[in-house]
Design a protein around this ligand. Structure first.
Ligand code: 3PG
Length: 306
C-alpha cells in the first residue's frame, strides 16, 4: 500500500517523521515528494499511489486521472478548494480534510498580522492598540473560534457572522452574533475572514461590503485570496484612504496593491498561517491516521465528497 506525501510547501521535519512512523506501523510504504515545482513531478509520483496526502497542492482531474490506484486523498488542513471533488467522486476516490488541526496556528498569525498593521508596520510612528476594538469574525468555524478565544485575552469586543452557524452557538461562545454580514462590516473596526473559497464566496468580499467599515478599518485575510473582489477592493482603497488590507495569501493583483498602497497593504511572501511545527504535526499525523483507518477499517470520518 503506497502512501504519497506530496507537498510543494513541506511540513516541518518532526511532522514528516511522525507521518513516516504511522505509515510504517501500518505496514504501508511512504513515498515523499516535497518542494516539487512542476506538476509533471506530481503526475509521475501519483501513478502508483494508493493514498495521497497534500496541503494546498492542486489535485485536479488530470492528477486524479493519472492516479490509477488512488483510493483516498487527505488534504492535511482545512480548505479543500484545491481538490477536484467531482473528479475524485467520479472515480470513487474518498477525499477528506483534517478540520481544526491547524486552526490555532492560523489564529495566532491573525494577531501577529494585526499588531503589525495596528503599529503601522513598525515604521516608528504611533500606532493603535487592540484593546477595546471591535473585531468581526466573518465565519465562525474552527479558526474563527480560535481567534475569538485569543481576542478575549486582548480585551477586544468580538462579533461574528456565519451563514451556517446559528446565532445561539456564537453567543454560547461568548461572542456577539450579528444578524447580517453587512452588520458585521458596519460594526467592526477589524474584519477577519474565515470563510472557505466556494462558488458562493468567491469574489464576495466586495466594495459594497468592505466600504461599510468604519474609519481606519482593517480587512484581514488569512482565508483565501479568491474570496476577495480585488478590482473593487483596489478601487475602494483608492477612495477610502483610511482602509488597510492585510493578507496571508498574496492577491493576484499584489503588484498593484503594493504600488498604490505601500503603507496600507501587507501580504506574507508565502502563506504562513498553518506553517508551524505544531500545526504540521497535528494535520500531518491526523492525515496519516485517517488514511490508515480508511484503508484498514473503511472509516470515512471527515470525508468531504459525500
Ligand atoms: C488550510 O486550508 O488548512 C490552510 O489554508 C493552510 O494551508 P497550507 O497547508 O497549504 O498552508
Amino acid at each position: 500500500m503506497k502512501v504519497l506525501l506530496a507537498t510543494t510547501k513541506p511540513f516541518a521535519a518532526v511532522a514528516v517523521t511522525g507521518i513516516q512512523n504511522i505509515i510504517d506501523q501500518a505496514g504501508f510504504e511512504l513515498v515523499k515528494l516535497e518542494k516539487y515545482t512542476e506538476k509533471s513531478a506530481l503526475l509521475d509520483a501519483v501513478k502508483d499511489a494508493d493514498a495521497l496526502i497534500v496541503r494546498s497542492d492542486i489535485v485536479d482531474a488530470e492528477v486524479i486521472d493519472a492516479a490509477k490506484n488512488l483510493k483516498i486523498v487527505v488534504r492535511a488542513g482545512a480548505g479543500y478548494d484545491n481538490i477536484d471533488l467531482a473528479a475524485a467522486s467520479a472515480k470513487g476516490i474518498c477525499v477528506m480534510n483534517t478540520p481544526g488541526q491547524n486552526a490555532n496556528a492560523v489564529a495566532e498569525l491573525v494577531f501577529g498580522l494585526l499588531i503589525y498593521a495596528k503599529r503601522n508596520f513598525f515604521n516608528g510612528t504611533s500606532g493603535t492598540e487592540l484593546m477595546g476594538k471591535k473585531l468581526g469574525l466573518h465565519a465562525f468555524g474552527n479558526v474563527g473560534r480560535a481567534v475569538a478565544r485569543i481576542a478575549k485575552g486582548f480585551n477586544m469586543h468580538v462579533y461574528a457572522f456565519d451563514a451556517f452557524c446559528p446565532a445561539e452557538a456564537i453567543e454560547a461562545a461568548g461572542v456577539h452574533a450579528v444578524a447580517s454580514v453587512e452588520e458585521l462590516y458596519k460594526t467592526c473596526d477589524i474584519v477577519s475572514l474565515h470563510i472557505p473559497a466556494t462558488p458562493q464566496t468567491i469574489n464576495s468580499i466586495n466594495a459594497g461590503l468592505v466600504g461599510l467599515m468604519p474609519k481606519n478599518g482593517i480587512l484581514l485575510n488569512t482565508a483565501r485570496k479568491e474570496v476577495i473582489n480585488e478590482a473593487e477592493l483596489l478601487q475602494l482603497m483608492a477612495e477610502r484612504t483610511d482602509l488597510k488590507y492585510i493578507a496571508d495569501i498574496t492577491p493576484a493583483a499584489d503588484e498593484q496593491f503594493k504600488a498604490q498602497f505601500a503603507d496600507r497593504y501587507f501580504t506574507t511572501p508565502k502563506k504562513m498561517g498553518a506553517q508551524t511545527a505544531e500545526a504540521n504535526v497535528n494535520a500531518g499525523l491526523a492525515a496519516a491516521n485517517q488514511i490508515v483507518a480508511f484503508i484498514k477499517d473503511g472509516i470515512r470520518k471527515f470525508q468531504v465528497n459525500k
